[in-house]
Design a protein around this ligand. Structure first.
Ligand code: URP
Ligand code: ZN
Ligand code: ZN
Ligand code: ZN
Length: 510
């Protein structure tokens, strides 16, 4: 339901909410519990011209200011979704949410920034980013880009420098799966890791053994298993664990930080835990689907019902979800993404006779903040501060835009949500704001509701209504050498000097 998104703010929330113009630049949020990753306190938050200009108790303002009463509610940094695919051409289709509809959905769910993956055009990063710059022109919230690396040569290597030094990209994703399409081999992975390291850019991996997946798929077809369950059966968790371990070891060999996207299994999570325990700089990103769903619906006799759960790596059997939640709560995994990659029923039907042709991907950009709140905070697994950390602050730190993003601090961008812990949410394709005709979280309900979203200092979501305009979102450039690179030069220097220690030799005369 995107067509009804240009509407007036309704009445009922604070004063004078209704009739506030799009351009209203002064907002006071009164009496809420302001939560940052490091601290929480009851305070007012005053916003002017897109920035937070004061955070303290009892701020007095004139009557040209929109006042929102947040008593008894949490005032938190807007969510940052580090993993999305809007308007992505993939598996013979294009994801059904573009930069406007996907972002509108995000805002309705309390996410105020996302980082999308630019896919190169025939291997060209320049052509890829030009295409994505066009797609993103209709943005209604702030966004950044990662870049996928799908082949290797001198041009790609040079273009990576341009992406980092001129285009504001500080992370590159390598696909170890999707054989014959996006997949790269270990040689390329090593070249890519080395280049990333030299640029201070973060290496990211989709960790599944693509050659083994290909074998697994052929085996399933030979066995006559052509339905969506074949997707899960053909690429078991052991293949995710293997690729995660391999990527970690190769990143360790190069001595560069590694970010593992969409950690879906205990197998992958345990490799990350082991690496972190040994001191290696590895970040693990679970996604909402992996945290709250299991694979049972892949066996549903209705094709569309089953096919909507097809994503890679697959949603795993019950048990993996709980283990990923536990890892998130203890810091083994650091932040939550969505991998929002929505294909509608018609698009999913491309694979009606063959699961290998079902476009891979599920939704989540609109649901992440609510589901993580309910699953992690409401259940008592983490504190509200930790919620802010895993949904916003840690992403801002990793991608080097903190504290502009990811914090309620003086000088930060005014990307803010007001969450009512006593209200509740219910998810349905009938009421969501994505263009998708299905929802993998259909029927899920829980406590905690994002009642207000402020993006770039404007109230964009209030009283169940969106007030968004295409073109109002800004591209956020992300500089290289995030905190993950701090001190790496010392480790490299120590390694080099250990190599250069002279070896005294003589010819044995025995
Ligand atoms: O199934 C998925 N995950 N689709 C999106 C592409 C990717 O691998 O992230
Ligand atoms: Zn309306
Ligand atoms: Zn992936
Ligand atoms: Zn993805």
């Amino acid at each position: 339901a995107v067509s009804d998104q240009f509407c007036e703010a309704g009445v009922g929330y604070g004063e004078p909410a209704c009739g506030v113009s799009e351009g209203s630049s002064k907002i006071l949020i009164k009496g809420g519990t302001v939560v940052n990753a490091h601290h929480q306190e009851v305070a007012d938050v005053y916003v002017e011209d897109g920035k937070i200009v004061a955070v303290k108790p009892n701020i007095k303002v004139g009557d040209d200011v929109t006042v929102l009463d947040a008593t008894g509610k949490y005032v938190m940094p807007g969510g940052i979704d580090p993993h999305t695919h809007l308007a992505m051409d993939f598996m013979g289709s294009q994801t059904i949410d573009d930069f406007f509809s996907g972002q509108a959905a995000a805002l309705a769910g309390g996410t105020t920034m996302h980082i999308d993956f630019v896919i190169p055009v025939k291997g060209s990063l320049i052509a890829g980013i030009e295409a994505y710059e066009k797609k993103a022109m209709q943005s209604c919230m702030d966004y950044g880009f990662h870049m996928a690396i799908t082949k290797w040569d001198d041009d790609v290597s040079r273009e990576m420098e341009v992406m980092v030094n001129e285009k504001g990209i500080n992370s590159f994703k390598f696909f170890m799966a999707y054989k014959g399409a996006l997949m790269i081999n270990d040689e390329l992975l090593l070249q890519g890791f080395k280049k990333c390291k030299s640029l201070g850019a973060l290496s990211m991996v989709h960790a599944e053994n693509g050659d083994a997946v290909f074998e697994g798929q052929n085996s399933m077809i030979e066995l006559g298993i052509t339905g969506p369950e074949g997707h899960a059966l053909s690429r078991p968790a052991v293949l995710e664990g293997e690729a995660t371990a391999r990527a970690i070891r190769l990143a360790g060999f190069v001595n560069t930080p590694l970010y593992v996207v969409h950690v879906m299994s205990i197998d992958a999570m345990e490799e990350i835990a082991k690496a972190r325990q040994s001191g290696q700089r590895v970040i693990g990103e679970p996604v909402v689907s992996g945290l709250v769903l299991d694979d049972s619906k892949l066996w549903d006799p209705d094709f569309i019902t089953a096919a909507k759960y097809v994503m890679s790596p697959p949603i795993r059997a019950a048990g993996h979800d709980k283990a990923l939640q536990a890892a998130l709560s203890t810091g083994i995994l650091q932040l939550v993404g969505t991998d929002h990659c929505p294909f509608n029923s018609t698009q999913k039907s491309l694979g009606i006779d063959d699961f290998r042709k079902i476009p891979n991907g599920v939704n989540g950009i609109e649901e992440r903040m609510h589901l993580v709140w309910d699953t992690m905070v409401e259940s008592g697994k983490i504190s509200v501060s930790d919620y802010v950390r895993i949904t916003s602050t840690e992403g801002a730190r990793i991608f080097n835009i903190y504290p502009r993003k990811g914090a309620i601090l003086v000088g930060s961008d005014a990307d803010i949500i007001i969450l009512n812990p006593n209200s509740s949410f219910e998810i349905s394709a009938r009421s969501h704001h994505s263009r998708l005709d299905t929802n993998v979280f259909e029927g899920k309900r829980g406590k905690g509701k994002v009642e207000v979203t402020i993006a770039g200092g404007r109230i964009v979501w209030i009283n169940g209504e969106l007030k968004v305009a295409p073109g109002s979102g800004k591209y956020v450039k992300m500089p290289p050498f995030s905190y993950l690179f701090g001190g790496m030069d010392k480790a490299d220097a120590a390694y080099l000097s250990s190599l250069r220690a002279p070896v005294k030799r003589q010819i044995s005369t025995a």
